[in-house]
Design a protein around this ligand. Structure first.
Ligand code: CMC
Length: 429
């Protein structure tokens, strides 16, 4: 028997179906609320609103659990490659050796950019923000591959489009870095792994091949795996909202890139490093910065802290913190920003402001330090996040089409003027 929730408005009761998810999360289905009661719900920021049923990623914010398709993030981070995780997220199952080899080959085959698409990089100033470039270029890809304009969520056509996107995003990202530094583009090498090929396109020079050390390749792989999906976050919701109008995959993820750019979302990874550098160069004690972050009279926030869903700890941050130590150690590097980050975290754990609001380090807190160790410049950090999040965006776009989701179209409560008479210009004073 379906569980019911009862809502009473003006002495009249209404019943709504309840639904329990695979992990016992409960929801009240209010699809017919407005029709039956004339009311809508109000939930700015959607903190209590479910927008879809999804079988891709599970997050339990109270317990600090994250699973892609049922597999714990801790295990995937340790044992899986990024392309393998992409396959898992897109298809719901881990690939066989054959499936993985085919998927890798399909991705590798799409790595080059059309010559006329490359021309667009040269018209931009070197200072062009790589996130603006990524969003624009992803949309432009469809001009050179019109087949991706077809809104197809199944079969070989979808497989090809998804592989093309996973491949092009990596090349566009690397080329935007090359352009910013006035360096010539380096052609992809299909014989390299996904991560090694990206590092090759970033750091090789015309007569000097960059060969990624296994430590660096592994660190990049970990970064991408940890960012691969995170259920209905701001950018993924954006991809779904855009996709709900039946916009094609490339324009939908291009919008996702724009949403990710903001400092409250993916832009936080770069903001964290800027904050740590500011603390270092200011010479002020860390407490001074904490006081500023607690003071509601300014707009300072402790970047890389807090999360809408995680109210205990972010498991990705725990993994990153441990790995950052190991990577710096293996590379025989030291990073003074790590010491500041550790002290900052330690202090917040004893500070009532942060403890009472459940503000713990999120994925962006230690990821910048890892990217610094790999040699990625700060203006590319959020682009790296976008490369990592691509499988999640694609899978969510596909799922919404499979579920034939209605177009996203929230309601509002109007608070402006009620009807009034138009005043002629000459009479307005
Ligand atoms: N520093 C100081 N105070 C904070 C912070 C912070 N980083 N985050 C939240 N608060 C306070 C906030 O002022 C509020 O206090 P009060 O109840 O007294 O008004 C309370 O904590 C709740 O915050 P909120 O803004 O209502 O929480 P939210 O769920 O709407 O926002 C967040 C979540 C991640 C946007 C926010 O915590 C934040 O701005 N963090 C810093 C930016 C950041 O690190 N973003 C990355 C998020 S994780 C990865 C990703 O999505 O990309």
């Amino acid at each position: 028997m379906t569980e019911k929730a009862t809502l009473t408005i003006d002495d009249r009761s209404y019943e709504f179906d309840m639904f329990t998810g695979a992990e016992n999360e409960r929801c009240i289905d209010i699809t017919h609320l407005r029709k039956e009661t004339g009311c809508i719900t109000m939930d700015p920021g959607y903190g209590n609103t479910g927008s879809c049923y999804s079988s891709i990623t599970y997050v339990d914010g109270a317990k600090g659990i994250l699973r892609y398709r049922g597999y714990p993030i801790e295990e995937l981070a340790q044992k899986a490659g990024f392309v393998e995780v992409c396959y898992l997220i897109l298809h719901g199952e881990l690939p066989t050796a054959r499936q993985l080899a085919d998927f890798r080959a399909e991705i590798a085959g799409h790595a080059a950019l059309h010559e006329n698409l490359k021309i667009h990089f040269s018209g931009l100033p070197h200072s062009a923000p790589p996130m603006a470039l990524l969003s624009a270029m992803l949309n432009l890809v469809s001009c050179f591959h019109p087949e991706v304009l077809e809104v197809v969520a199944e079969g070989e056509e979808f497989e090809r489009t998804a592989a093309l996107l996973l491949s092009k995003v990596r090349t566009i990202a690397a080329f935007s870095y090359r352009m910013a530094y006035g360096k010539p583009f380096i052609h992809p090498n299909p014989n390299l792994s996904y991560c090694a090929n990206f590092l090759h396109m970033m750091f090789s020079e015309p007569y000097q091949e960059y060969v990624a050390s296994p430590v660096i390749e592994k660190a990049l792989n970990l970064f991408l795996v940890l960012h691969a999906d995170h259920e209905q976050n701001c950018s993924t919701s954006t991809v779904r909202v855009v996709g709900s109008s039946r916009a094609n995959l490339f324009s939908s993820v291009s919008a996702g890139v724009s949403a990710l750019w903001g400092p409250l979302h993916g832009g936080a990874n770069a903001a964290v490093i800027k904050m740590l550098e500011e603390i270092k160069s200011s010479g002020q004690p860390i407490d001074h910065y904490l006081d500023m972050a607690k003071d509601k009279n300014n707009n300072v926030r402790l970047m890389g802290f807090g999360h809408r869903v995680y109210k205990n700890f972010d498991p990705r941050s725990v993994i990153l913190k441990k790995r950052v130590y190991e990577v710096l150690d293996e590379l025989q590097q030291e990073d003074p920003l790590l010491d500041i980050a550790l002290e900052l975290e330690e202090k917040t754990l004893k500070d009532d402001y942060f403890v009472s609001r459940n503000l713990y380090p999120n994925v962006d807190f230690y990821s910048g330090i890892l990217l610094r160790a790999i040699g990625i410049p700060i203006n590319m950090y959020t682009v790296m996040f976008a490369i990592g999040r691509m499988p999640g965006w694609i899978a969510n776009w596909r799922e919404l089409l499979e579920h034939k989701q209605r177009i996203s179209r929230p309601r509002q409560i109007y608070t402006g003027s009620t009807t009034r008479e138009f005043v002629e210009l000459r009479d307005r004073g």
